[in-house]
Design a binder for this molecule. Structure first.
Ligand SMILES: Cc1ncc(COP(=O)(O)O)c(C=O)c1O
Length: 375
């Protein structure tokens, strides 16, 4: 599914030298290395500022608080994402409101977001939190227009989308704040947990710098309740080694995705007929997709997954249970059938091996195996 050792082999010397640099400095938390990474990452995303923290989950929490979400507020988001997209809303003290996804991309459907807001059903709507799922940006121009009209802060969950863009604007540069994760499987990944929030707003950045350090603007002075969400210098140093490679790695992912597209078309598995066993998710023309995952919708998905596993081909289901049906959100009152596209997708999606160093032969073997399953 993902062979991180192949990437490590290409940057081992540089990464170890960076770790050694931190150990020699004996400065492990925040400090120069983190500040340098924050500058480089902000440049990469096209934002004025970036605030490092210890995970994508904490980045979302900081991004929401800085954008003004808090107790009593509602935040609209997608039900088809990793749990943190919604749990961070709860951690910020607000209430998630789920709106269904576009079945072609599985990103938040802006038409439904607008329809929901026009019903005037939820109160104290504060923010809109689209997730750039699988490395493809949500339709940010329409979402921005909706956010402006209804005076909502736009907070991007860009955890899966470093280097992606929408109409030429980079993920992370479109919202009031945007959260990234550098979890080891991400397109830009640390050697442990790490995250960052990007923003153009200096007040938001200053608040997040306090919040990530126990609400403390200076030593032993605490102005509000934050938490320990600091980024450590070893992770920042590793991320600084990897950041200059991200564009190349993303280009290789896009080439791998094009190869899968071609192989699926040639195999006939994705024919336009209604009984085609496989459907590939759509890439929107405005989106520069960075393929954090390559995801198909498959008939008899679970049997296919087992068949592939028997051949030692990795695959994953992102995500088997939509967020509105998670037990922990039962109190929100959603029931099965409320968000049919997300529920349908949860039964069909399958992510197949995708990483820059994947070979043509391996991709061929994956598609041949899928074809054999359906033959
Ligand atoms: C869409 C999304 N949001 C948030 C997160 C949380 O990031 P982390 O695991 O770094 O806390 C992840 C990744 O795991 C993610 O995929």
């Amino acid at each position: 599914m993902l062979d991180l050792a192949r990437q490590y082999a290409t940057i081992r010397a540089e990464a170890l030298a960076a770790i050694e640099r931190v150990c020699s400095s004996q400065h492990y938390i925040l400090g120069e290395e983190v500040e340098a990474f924050e500058h480089e990452l902000a440049d990469f995303c096209g934002t004025a500022l970036a605030v490092g923290c210890n995970s994508g989950t904490d980045a979302l929490w900081l991004a929401l608080l800085a954008a003004g979400a808090g107790p009593g507020d509602s935040v609209i988001t997608t039900p088809f994402s990793f749990f943190a997209s919604a749990s961070a809303i709860v951690r910020a003290g607000a209430r998630p409101v789920f709106v269904d996804v576009d079945p072609h991309t599985l990103n938040l459907d802006p038409t439904l977001v607008e329809a929901h807001l026009r019903t005037g059903k939820s109160t104290r709507q504060r923010a809109l939190l689209p997730v750039h799922l699988y490395g493809q940006c949500a339709p940010m121009d329409v979402l921005q227009r909706i956010a402006d009209e209804f005076q909502l802060a736009l907070v991007e969950d860009a955890a899966q989308a470093i280097g992606a863009s929408w109409n030429g604007r980079r993920a992370g540069s479109m919202g009031a704040t945007a959260a990234f994760s550098f979890y080891p499987s991400k397109n830009l990944s640390a050697y442990g947990d790490a995250g960052v929030v990007t923003t153009n707003n200096p007040d938001f950045a200053a608040r997040m710098r306090r919040l990530r350090n126990h609400g403390s603007p200076s030593r032993y002075l605490h102005e509000e309740f934050g938490w320990n969400s600091r980024l450590d210098a070893i992770q920042a140093a590793v991320l600084r080694v990897k950041l200059p490679h991200v564009e190349t790695w993303n280009r290789q992912r896009r080439e791998r995705a094009a190869t899968y597209d071609r192989l699926f078309t040639q195999s006939g598995l994705t024919s336009a007929t209604s009984d085609a066993p496989i459907r590939v998710l759509a890439t929107t023309p405005q989106a520069h997709h960075v393929f954090h995952q390559y995801v198909i919708r498959a008939r008899r998905r679970d049997d296919l997954r087992q068949f592939l596993a028997n051949r030692k081909i990795g695959s994953e289901v992102y995500y088997p249970i939509p967020l509105h049906l998670q037990p922990v959100f039962a109190h929100l009152g959603y029931t099965e059938g409320d968000l049919p596209e997300a529920e349908h997708a949860a039964r069909e999606v399958l992510a197949i091996p995708m990483f820059p160093e994947l070979t043509d032969d391996e991709q061929q073997w994956v598609v041949e195996s899928i074809a054999e399953f359906y033959s």
